[in-house]
Design a protein around this ligand. Sequence first.
Ligand code: G3P
Length: 217
Amino acid sequence: MKFFIDTANLDQIKEAQDMGILDGVTTNPSLMAKEGITGHDNIMKHYVDICNIVDGDVSAEVISTDVEGMIKEGEALAELHEQIVVKLPMIKDGVKACKYFSSKGIKTNVTLVFSAGQALLAAKAGATYVSPFLGRLDDISTDGLNLISEIRHIYDNYGFETQILSASVRHTMHVIDCAKIGSDVMTGPLSSIEGLLKHPLTDIGLAKFLADYKKGN
Ligand code: G3P
């Protein structure tokens, strides 16, 4: 499973990259605003800064809601850097724009996906990635992981190549559960990745090894 980090924070991106386990980055307008990155030119520069830190795909989201606007914006984003993936909302015009970009060989990520039907449409439109938001479903008493399983099942039935990018991952168990289901990618905060490191028996065992080494030296 590929690990993407879901942030526009350059320090956190660098930290994940330095661990050697990072496969890409996802951003959205809310994550940009959280880092105080506002205004078209600053946002475009920030995408390039992110691409210069990581080796993999970097999702950059359009803010237009009509197909013409999405195509214009998406083309400008794709021009910025070869690692940019054009992120499009799951609305009718987003599906049309996805089809346009996939026919041109430009990578896409269809976002704000909350149902298996929406994921099916994204795959039909040739999306590179589909982003089901599992945490936001959990927030409203709906099983987000069940949606990931449904999409996995449907895509496997037909051999769709669209990669399931489990998004709105909130914690480490989401990461492990996504891996069990067979999600192609997960995107979450740095804390969800760092949580994978933790086990008290590792800490206890290491402390004992080091103490025993000291006894003999
Ligand atoms: O990748 C999608 C993500 O940014 C949404 O996460 O935690 O705001 O639901 P969250």
